[in-house]
Design a protein around this ligand. Sequence first.
Ligand code: SF4
Ligand code: SF4
Ligand code: SF4
Ligand code: FES
Length: 981
Amino acid sequence: MIRVTIDGVVQETTSGERLIDVINRAGVKISQVCYHPQLGPIQTCDTCMVETNGQLVRACATTASAGMEIFTKSEKAAAAQREAFDRILSNHVLYCTVCDNNNGNCTIHNTERLLGIEHQPIPYHSKPYEEDHTNPFYRYDPQQCILCGRCVEACQNVQVNETLSINWEDPHPRVLWDGGSTIGESSCVSCGHCVTVCPCNALMEKSMLGHAGFLTALPKTTLGGMIDVVKGVEPETGYGAILKLSEAESHMRELRIRRTKTVCTYCGVGCSFDVWTKDRHILKVEPLDGPTNGISTCIKGKFGWDFVNSPDRLTKPLIREGGKFREASWDEALDLVARKFREIKAKNGPDSLAFVSSSKCTNEESYLMQKLARAVIGTNNMDNCSRYCQAPATQGLFRTVGYGGDSGSIRDIENAGLVLIIGSNTAESHPVLATRVKRAHKLHGQKLIVSDLREHEMAKRADLFLHPKPGTDIVWLSAVSRYLLENGMANTKFLDQWVNGLEEYKKSLAPFTMEFAARTCGLSEDTLKKVAHMIAEAGGVCVLWAMGITQHSMGSDASTAISNLLLITGNYMKTGSGAYPLRGHNNVQGASDHGAMPNFLTGYQSVDDPEVRSRFKAAWNVQLPSTKGLDNHEMIDAIHQGKLKAMYLFGEEMSLVDSNANFVSDGLSKLDFFVVQDIFFSATCRFADVVLPASPSLEKEGTFTSTERRIQRLYQVFEPLEGSRPDWRIIQDIANRLGATWQYQHPSEIYREIASLTPLFAGVTYERLEGFKSLQWPVAADGTDQPLLYTKEFAFPDGKARLFPLSLTEPTDQPNAEFDLHLNNGRLLEHFHEGNMTYRSEGIREKTPDTFVEVSPELAEERGIQSGTWVQLTSRYGQLRVRALVTDRVQGKELYMPMNSVESPVNRLTSSHTDSVTHTPAYKEASVHLRVLPEVGESPLPRINHRFGHPTPQHGVEVERKWKRPDYRMPGNGLVQIQTN
Ligand code: SF4
Ligand code: SF4
Ligand code: SF4
Ligand code: FES
């Protein structure tokens, strides 16, 4: 700690803290137009000038040192701040009363007021550019752009999409997309970072325009006239009076604009933000304080919410009658569900019913679903869609370190010396998490190795890209482990102190020589040795993996191999290291955590543990089944075998997302009674007997748990759409019709019960999760959580981790002469899974209207395929038609299909083979035959898709180029410029 004085008042700070942060913490008001704490100093605006040691310095770019005397209001400082702001105003017309950004948080408006500026000494000069409206979600108005560069910094160094720059050398600088393209045709991924950080109205969400203000929907000509009137009176009245008027209008807006915190309903990163609404209109999503994401979002979280108000929403329960659905009242539908469940249970026993929970819904809802299954029906036939993706990763961690969750936080990934990404298209599947890796790699020297079949964005950025043969990851991972152990590069101290099973593990590595791995995986020995050396030399390694590892017949073993590798190199128990299976859905971690599993009650308490059961029995006052139930995969088999008669599923599109979709659909159609609860009439609803209309996340309260085990609260933004109900209420209504006496009035009461029964969540309370507060499990009764797991010991009785020996397994469904191409599949940035939500966003549809199959240039040439050619793909299990997209993201005889399609779901082609331990389908092991069809259509991706853009990477806003302009001088007249970092 050191001491400085600010305007004569002593402040404690740490050496090296930015002056602007010290000043802000002290509550001293000072202008700072371009500064945003999450972006760091940009130094473009000069409005933060302060005086120290008789010199003017930028407070944002100067760091504190002991004894420093800082004057924010000295004559020199005040004059410099004012001069700097005058220059900014010359780029901006103040028409606040009729501006959609007049919401109390406009930096220009507030700085104007802070500095008490009455007149504009440097007149506004217009720029020779038009507004750009070519992006579906936001527009840029160069006339209002103050060239602060926040957007450029955010795009270049936070999102690291590297689309934006400013042409500082131009007579009329402006923000450029891809160096001068329209926004629509640029590489912009519509993540919204730039719009979020813009301090004024130059970049704005289109959903705000004409909607936020009372007068802003007026026609442009009328608005123009009003703006001219304001400008006309300004010389006489000064800005003070004009600002008062606009502030009155801004206060009036507070009465009708609501800002409600929520957590993203798409991927497992766990971004949280405020949603601004006016009635049921979403004005904008504003990320700022989220513990995971700060100012970050991706296209889905920022702009993908149209589905909530879609006219397709279900608002009436439906009952199948005579092969058709008819509308029914809630009472009739719920009575029917209860009666049928009761009858089927009486006739066939409780295990003839099965329950599938939603990884999109809340923890409380998963808890109630499994309570309904276990306590009311009496079966453990309970699962969730982690079976389709993440169960093998959990298994790998259970085997080796004890907890089935990420071993640290996204902050640890940022701090790692080396990030190894295996089988994860992180930039598209977990976009905001990927930004942290891209930033650390670009700015902080982090090393990056990517292993994948496709050369996607992260692969292109990597220091080393591996393309192993499909399904061989376990081989190269084990060979690298063996090489490290044999060449003295393992962390023996860590192994001695913290790890069991080394000798047996070493023996299991016997087959995995470098030579064998190189041959099996199609990688060179040198490459594999380089991987080993990079791991050994890195100061902390984080391994990120996803469905490219888990969705294989050896998914659990490959996940185990990753954890083994981390153990032998000592990459647990310290920040910047560890295992990070990237959870797919927003609450797939939480659904499993909260008991939606066939073998676990909440917090991974085993159903066959008598002590656990007796605790739950006492709390619920019922008998509980003690043997493991059916998982999703087994449920479908059990239907085909005639053992399973009824199913209740909510918020899952099982008929499309389970593998071997034809087999699954066939099974669902054989059920005696099937209840589907969803917000839309999904493809799975086609097989239902009763469809119940549910409410999405914006219409209810509860909690989600993200990939980093972070539990966060979501608040209700809208009332449930008339006719729909939150899932927890529906489940409770069904339970009570079956004889339960549940009385939950609010999800917080459900969580209180969960916490009382679950040591892992003992200290989780809604109060501790208020607003943007969060907890990362395990949470002790006193509320202490664990952002980093295993700080004191591993989660086994002796506190030691376990190396788990592995043997070699061949992938299934290999190519042969007939099915000669390997088919890979996965996510796209813009769409989520089958697309039930994202295809209902007009803007996303415009950018990415349909699915496609990626074909390599080599294969395209060989078969005479071009982008837009229709092809028929046939596997051993099904067939579909799809348009080709020729791209070098894939190589040779490997194809890739995004999973986003209701019409041509890739799972018509995948098999029923599974990981032997967890029954996760081997989605990534598929072989197909490709037939070129005569039709050639348009390219499935339009030219306005970001994949056709040309980014312009640079080091942030490059303010030095501005300082070199002949018309630039440091504010403060005649003073020497001091440049500090
Ligand atoms: S990618 Fe597009 S939306 Fe995202 S920060 Fe860059 S320009 Fe803005
Ligand atoms: S568009 Fe960019 S440079 Fe212009 S005012 Fe907004 S953030 Fe600043
Ligand atoms: S990264 Fe994931 S959680 Fe974040 S905004 Fe995008 S979809 Fe939502
Ligand atoms: S806030 Fe320091 S230069 Fe803009």
